[in-house]
Design a protein around this ligand. Structure first.
Ligand code: EPZ
Length: 419
């Protein structure tokens, strides 16, 4: 199987587009739906392999799901722990995705016992789950580490406040999904402020729970209410950023509709530091040429510049003839893509967590997607150069992009999926 995408690049992207449902909100919303129980409907869920893999893992807990277009019905009325044989399949599936960690928030308070596989996902340095587990112990849980999984028990929830050492997105969501089952109020301090967390909070509150954000803390008050509402997953803010950066890279002209530009305001602020025509209103972004990206990007938790967009920004900076630096402050190592951008003729230099980008003249290349956002960055580079670019490991891109070929071809690009 070829598993690559061929890009006949050098074409300006033009037109109007909407954006797929959010991967990083959709996955925890699925966990929240299981936690709330019964039969729940989520809309605008992207048909990406991480979602299919997570649903497969949940199926071993007897969670039934039907996925019609982007509407997902989840039935967890007969939730139960998996058989030994199924657990082996869960372990191998969990090595592929990070979001298997959300099993904790999905099923623990119901099953009281869980063998949580050690998560996989993009290789971005060490990605422990110590913050998740220490929060759980504070709430009365017991954790025992085995070779490739943790044995977690939560007989009786102890309502105690929690103070995160780092505002972890996943740990905020998992702890929230446990804490909503408490009989007394719980405050989680130093929580993640990412919009994906807010989507889960909105879903829980609309379902009758009582979750309140107080600056960067979250107060969860007990609530027996449990309304069954359909909930719409927000659009994917990272894909919104990809599209904006691909317009810059191809000197194109785009209108991106049905989005919330505030969710990428750190990116927009950086782009508007360079002369360009960028029109923003509350649900659309209109970009028209001409912008050269310069400057220093420092990634940090929201609302700072998102780590998930730094590779794509580097690519657009090179394609627009700019130069600058990227400092990665969220993950231990997230510059794997730089080696691939060098194959396009990019002039880059890594020192620790700092990537320096020098003015370069790019050409087409054959490259490898080494992680999800590296893949997105390589597509942006391939769109911007004349000639044919081949990107191998398309399956890695499919983990987070519903149909990256169609997304860009609808805007005048010429991509072909080679199975
Ligand atoms: C989520 O990962 C996203 N993934 C990531 O997107 C995103 O980059 C990240 O949040 C930050 O915004 C999903 O939502 C599935 P974290 P998550 O816990 O929850 C360290 C993409 O490309 N940490 O906020 O795993 C961790 O190692 C992916 O879509 C601990 O040390 O992120 C990292 O350095 C990539 N101990 C930092 O915190 C813990 O217990 C941020 O991790 C948890 C995290």
């Amino acid at each position: 199987m070829e598993d690559c995408v061929l890009i006949n690049g050098g074409k300006r992207l033009e037109g109007e587009t909407t954006v797929q449902g959010s991967k990083n909100a959709g996955l925890p919303l699925i966990a929240a739906a299981v936690n709330l129980g019964g039969v729940r409907v989520l809309k605008n869920i992207p048909r990406i392999s991480d979602v299919f893999d997570f649903l497969k893992i949940l199926s071993f807990y007897n969670v039934k799901s039907t996925f019609v277009d982007n509407e997902l019905k989840i039935d967890s009325t007969e939730l139960r722990n998996p058989s030994e044989a199924d657990f082996e399949k869960i372990i191998s599936l969990s090595t592929k995705i990070r979001s298997s960690t959300y099993l904790l928030g999905a099923v623990l308070t119901k099953l009281k016992y869980l063998r949580l596989p050690k998560p996989g996902g993009c290789k971005l340095g060490t990605r422990p789950i110590d913050i998740h587990l220490s929060a759980l112990v504070t709430l009365g849980g017991r954790v025992k580490e085995e070779h490739d999984y943790y044995i977690i028990e939560l007989e009786n929830l102890v309502e105690k406040d929690i103070d995160f050492r780092y505002p972890s997105v996943g740990a905020t969501i998992n702890t929230l999904l446990v804490a909503i089952n408490g009989k007394k109020s719980i405050i989680i301090k130093n929580t993640a402020l990412e919009p994906e967390v807010n989507a889960v909070i909105e879903y829980l509150n609309k379902s009758g729970k009582s979750v309140e954000r107080i600056k960067n803390n979250i107060r969860i008050s007990p609530s027996e209410r449990n309304k069954n509402i359909d909930f719409k997953n927000p659009s994917d803010r990272i894909v919104m950023g990809d599209l904006l950066l691909s317009a810059i890279a191809t000197k194109g002209e785009l209108t991106i509709k049905g989005v919330n530009p505030i969710e990428i305001k750190a990116l927009i602020r950086k782009i508007t530091k360079s002369p360009c025509n960028l029109y923003i209103n509350n649900d659309k972004i209109i970009y028209s040429p001409h912008c050269v990206l310069h400057g220093i990007i420092k990634t940090d938790p929201y609302p700072s510049f998102p780590t998930d967009l730094q590779a794509q920004y580097a690519s657009a900076m090179l394609a627009s003839g700019g130069s600058g630096q990227i400092v990665e402050r969220v993950f231990g190592s997230r510059f794997e893509y730089a080696k691939q951008l060098e194959l396009f003729g990019g002039n880059l230099k890594i020192s620790n967590r700092r990537l320096s980008i020098y003015k370069s003249c790019l050409h087409s290349a054959t490259v490898q997607a080494t992680d999800l956002r590296c893949g997105a960055a390589l597509v942006i580079a391939g769109l911007s150069v004349n000639g044919y670019t081949r990107i191998n490991n398309l399956h890695i891109i499919d983990r987070g992009y519903e149909d990256i070929v169609k997304m860009y071809n609808n805007l005048g690009a010429d991509l072909k999926r080679i199975e």
